[in-house]
Each structure stands twice: as C-alpha cells, then as structure tokens.
Design a protein around this ligand. Structure first.
Ligand code: ASP
Length: 611
C-alpha cells in the first residue's frame, strides 16, 4: 500500500485511475449511510468515499471505526465529484476517491484539541498547542510556516554560495565573555570550577575566520541569550550570520539588499525595490522617536524647542533652559482617545522618567487641555501650522532631554497607530515593506549609574575613521561604522565594520570601556593576539532569522515560525525542559545546589535556569 499520489495532487484528469493515498484522517462526515473521509498529508487533503452499496461489509465496518488523526492508506478509483458537491476551497475539490481498500496504519486517541478547523484551533490556549506541538505542527496553518522557513534557508544558502561565501560552523561550547546579554553557562567536569558559555553570537569566531583568510563567511547560526522573554525573543534563536574581508559599509548594504530581494521574491513573489533608503540614527530619533522606525505611516515628531524657549508655560521653557527640547506629535483623529488610553500613554512617558504627559484634544472646534491657557497666540499658531492641527486630532508633548523626549513620543506614536488601526482610521497594506538602513550611530553610550561608557553595538565596532581623534577628547561625538537593517519598524539585523588594528581595539577595551587589562587579557587576549598576525580589514552583519520568517509569514510571534519554541518563562512544555538532574550528575560536575527557600519556579516545580 505505497502511495501513488500525495493528497494535494488529484484533479479531474485523474478520473478513472486507481490510486493509493496515505496520511491522516483529517475529517469524517457520515451522510445518508455513506462515510466521507478527508485524508490529509503534508501537501493537502483529498476526499475519499466509503459507499456501503459498493463495499464488502467488513471494509465498511472498518471505515466506521476511523476517527480523527488515524493514520491510513486507502486505495480506490478517482472520479469527478457529483454536480453541486465540489469544494472550491481545496485544490482537490473537484474529485473524490471511491475506496476499495483500507489499511489502518495506526490508531489515534481522542485529540486534546481539534486540529481540522483553523478557527477552533486558533482559540486553543497556546500552552495546549505547545504541549502537543506535534499536533499543532500538523495544522496546515503552522506547517506552512516551517515550509517557508526551509525554503528561505535554502534560498539564502544558494545566494551565499553564488556570492562565493563559505558556510562555516562555529562552536556552541564557548567561554564566558559577559559584555552583552546574560549567558548560559555549562560546567566543565574536566576542570572543576571552569565553565563553558553558550555563544550569544559567533561574533568572535567569525572575526577570527577573517584573520584565518576565509574572506567570506556565513552561517545559519544558533545563538543563546539568557534574557527576559518578549514576543519576538527566544532564549535560543537563529541568525543569518555574515562576515567579509576587504570591504566597506557599502558592500554590506549591497549584499543584504541582494539577499533580501531574493528572499522576498522566493517567499512572497514580491519584487522589492533596492537600494533601500538610509536614515541617520539622529534623524530616526528626531522624526520617529526610535532607532527602528516604522515609516509606513506619518505622525512624525515635530520640534518646538525654539517656539517654547521663552514660553510662560514653565514646564516647556524650563526643560529648554535645562538643555532639553520640546517635541510634539499629532495623533490624527485620536481626540476620541479614552481615559484608559490616555493613561496608558502617560504611563509610557513616566516609564522614561517624565512626570506626566501634556496633551491637547481638539474637539468641537476647541483645544481641550489645562495647559492651553498658558500658550501665547504665536505658540498656538506655530502648533497649528507645523502640526497641521484639525478637528478630531490629539496633540501629545514631551519636554525633556533630547533622547528621552524623542523616545517618549516614539513609543506613543506606535501606540497611537495601533489604536487608530483597531478603529479603522489607519490602514496599512499587508504587502507593504518599508526597508531602511539606519546608519551613523554613536559608537558609545554613557551609563550614568555606572559612570562609564558602553558600546552602543559591541566593542569590536570600528569608529568612523575621521572621528578617531575624538576618541580621547570627546567620545560621545564619535560615530561607529555600524548599521541596522529595519523593515516596518522591526530591527531585522545589524552589524558593523570592525576594528582590525590591535592597538585601537585595546584602547577601546581599556581606556574607553574601562575593562581592566587583566580581564581584557582573559576574555579577549587571544583575539588581540590573532590581530597581530595580519588581520585583514573586515566587517559583517547578522540578521535575526526567526524574525525574518515571522515577517514573511505575517505573524506577530516568532514562536509560530520555530518548530519547538519555548514559552515566555523559557520552558518547553512538550519535553518539560528545563528539568532537574541527578545528584550524581551534579557531583560529576563538582556542583552543589544552594536553592532559594521558595523556588521561583512554576507550579510544576520547574526552576528557571540560573545564570
Ligand atoms: N554579532 C552581532 C550581533 O549578534 C552582529 C554583527 O555585528 O555582525 O548582534
């Protein structure tokens, strides 16, 4: 009973042929004594018919016992469906198979949730779907995501091969270099007290591969970061990781534009225009209040610092006197915002340290706001003309240090857009993709609490050559040769041209980042040494592969595009991982547990991994 066709193959032209199909019982209907079974495999489904008037009694009896998700092989003759019974929703909807032979390859118990109805399945709690992930993955709606993922991975590999790249695997057991995110650590029983760490990315290895003369490296690399989970984060994830020698920023832009053009064509049959637009970090913040702007809608931030410098509204003029700025945005048509929505936006502002949120509702020809009475006519006129204020608008303000004011309104802008979308006042074409390079990032940021500089990207990013003299005199003015690729407000990836001179790298580590020399030696000594033996100029980038696929699948959650994702708490509900280990395993690793009195685990006693 080997299959002759898959379940998405039969058409009217096959009528009269005897075929064998294998797969799962997708659905069963009993009508007027006849049993209809839709048999489903990976490719699709086909209706099969058990007609008692044509069949030996024992075969029909067997058919009566079939239940959802039994695994079967059926043989029978293809015929066109009778008039009026065709199903235009499925590709095989014009035919059916009149069964003459049935083999039950395996039975299935009653399912924990129904998988043949997409609407019903979408309502099932995600925990249940993740616990029975193998059933969830049988659903065509999820299965198609894995298929697309595989297709995009293959297309990317072909693309890189054409461009002369080598795919090189790098170690999963690495060592701790706690510069970025929190790491997962692995005890080494061979040398008690020492640990491997799982790589946050293959960054150091790929740079070493450049020193090793590989010139063009890529990898679909697994990365591990022990970070708090958000909708678009997982503890382990995949990056399309790239590094090249003897290149400049422009080469990376062109490469990635070529890759994404190919991927969008293969995945969605869309031709995306290249080259992509570019925007500086500063302009992105000034206009959109975020370094990964969604440019599919307007509602840009507008600066009013000059207009309010001498205002009698002290909240604004005071902020300017303190070296800050006044910015505003017009949430078009949102004067109807509810008290709850205004509170949400106010909380966002407070989250950035603001005392509150100033706003004006433009309703019934009036500006409704307690602050308006402080505004002069000139200030009001400036607001009206620069923000194009009309009836029904909601104007929101931020008066603070530049970055904070931008970030407050940036967050509010996205929230306002979401509200407008649900109200049907803002629509965005689902096939619109606004790609953007964000460039000219500052090399360093300043951590006030720790009173020290930190790398805005990572410590291997090269400063813009012209800015190198400023490293010692005015570090905050130094730009990095760093770039991010953004689409529709999602950061798809980022990278940089690297430092390849050991002395510059050492200055960055020791003088700017103030990592003590012995620590630099312990963590990065091998890299500094490698760079002494002829390191070529090089640079690279990494794209978040899960995020890329989620965008192509048009799903907001990367869990939908990962075969076996973890929950927000970092657990795999199917395998019940993480779990405890035997005392012997601990002894072998020379480890002893010191558990908190009340473990911060879930009800199943699963303690989250500790760093
Ligand atoms: N390794 C970097 C990251 O994971 C990307 C890069 O600089 O190539 O963000």
């Amino acid at each position: 009973m080997k299959r002759t066709h898959h379940c998405n193959e039969l058409r009217p032209a096959h009528a009269g042929q005897t075929v064998t199909l294998t797969g799962w019982v997708h659905s069963r209907r009993d009508l007027g004594g006849v049993i209809f079974i839709d048999v489903r495999d990976r490719e699709g489904r086909t209706q099969t018919v058990f007609d008692p008037s044509d069949l030996p009694a024992d075969l029909f009896k067997q058919a009566e016992h079939l239940r959802s998700e039994f695994v079967v092989a059926v043989t029978g003759k293809v015929r066109p469906r009778p008039e009026g019974t065709t199903n235009s929703k499925i590709a095989t909807g014009e035919v059916e198979v009149m069964v003459t032979k049935l083999e039950v390859l395996n039975a299935a118990e009653p399912l924990p949730f129904q998988i043949d109805d997409p609407e019903a399945a979408a309502k099932v709690a995600e925990e249940t779907r993740l616990k029975y992930r193998y059933l969830d993955l049988r659903r065509p709606e999820i299965a198609k995501n894995l298929r697309l993922r595989s297709k995009v991975a293959t297309a990317s590999r072909v693309f890189f091969d054409e461009q002369g790249f080598l795919e090189v695997e790098t170690p999963i057991l690495f060592k701790s270099t706690p510069e970025g995110a929190r790491e997962f650590i692995v005890p080494n029983r061979r040398e008690p007290g020492t640990f491997y760490a799982l790589p946050q990315s293959p960054q150091q290895f790929k740079q070493i591969l450049m020193v090793a003369g590989v010139e063009k490296y890529y990898q679909l690399a697994r990365c591990f970061r022990d970070e708090d989970q958000r909708a678009d984060r997982q503890l382990e994830f995949t990056q399309v990781d790239i590094e090249m020698s003897f290149i400049e920023r422009e080469d990376i832009y062109a490469l990635i534009e070529g890759l994404l053009k190919r991927v969008w064509k293969v995945a969605l049959n869309l031709d995306i225009p290249t080259p992509f637009k570019r925007i500086s970090f500063e302009e992105a913040l000034n206009r959109y209040g975020i370094d990964k702007p969604d440019t599919r809608f307007g509602m840009e931030l507008v600066d009013f610092t000059e207009e309010f410098r001498a205002s009698s509204f002290k909240v604004f003029s005071g902020a300017v006197a303190n070296g800050g700025v006044v910015k505003a945005l017009n949430a078009k048509g949102l004067a109807s915002a509810t008290q709850g929505q205004i509170e949400t936006m106010t909380e966002y502002a407070k989250g950035f340290g603001a005392k509150g949120l100033a706003f004006i509702k433009v309703e019934n020809g009036e500006w409704k706001s307690p602050i308006v009475k402080f505004f002069s006519d000139a200030e009001k006129a400036a607001l009206t003309s620069k923000l194009k204020i009309e009836e029904g608008d909601l104007i929101l303000f931020a008066a603070d240090q530049w970055l904070t004011a931008c970030e407050i309104l940036g967050k509010i802008r996205l929230y306002a857009a979401d509200v407008l979308k649900t109200q049907g006042k803002l629509t965005i074409d689902p096939n619109r993709f606004d790609f953007l390079w964000v460039v000219e990032f500052p090399l360093l940021g300043f951590d006030r609490e720790q009173n020290r500089w930190y790398s805005s990207h990572h410590p291997f990013t090269a400063p813009v050559a012209a800015d190198i003299p400023l490293l010692k005199t005015d570090p905050k003015k130094v730009h990095g040769q760093h770039y991010d690729i953004v689409v529709n407000g999602v950061e798809l990836g980022g990278g940089s041209i690297r430092i390849h001179q050991p002395d510059v790298q050492k200055t960055i580590f020791e003088e700017l980042l103030q990592i003590p020399p012995d620590m630099v030696q312990a963590r990065f000594g091998y890299m500094l040494e490698a760079f002494k033996y002829g390191a070529p100029p090089h640079g690279g980038i990494a794209l978040g592969f899960d995020r890329l696929i989620a965008i192509l699948c048009k799903t907001p959650s990367i869990r939908d595009v990962i075969a076996f994702p973890k929950t927000a708490k970092g657990t795999c509900l199917m395998t019940e991982s993480p779990g405890t280990v035997d005392p012997k395993q601990l002894r072998d690793a020379y480890l002893e547990l010191k558990l908190p009195k009340k473990p911060p685990g879930d009800s199943a006693g699963n303690v989250p991994p500790k760093a």
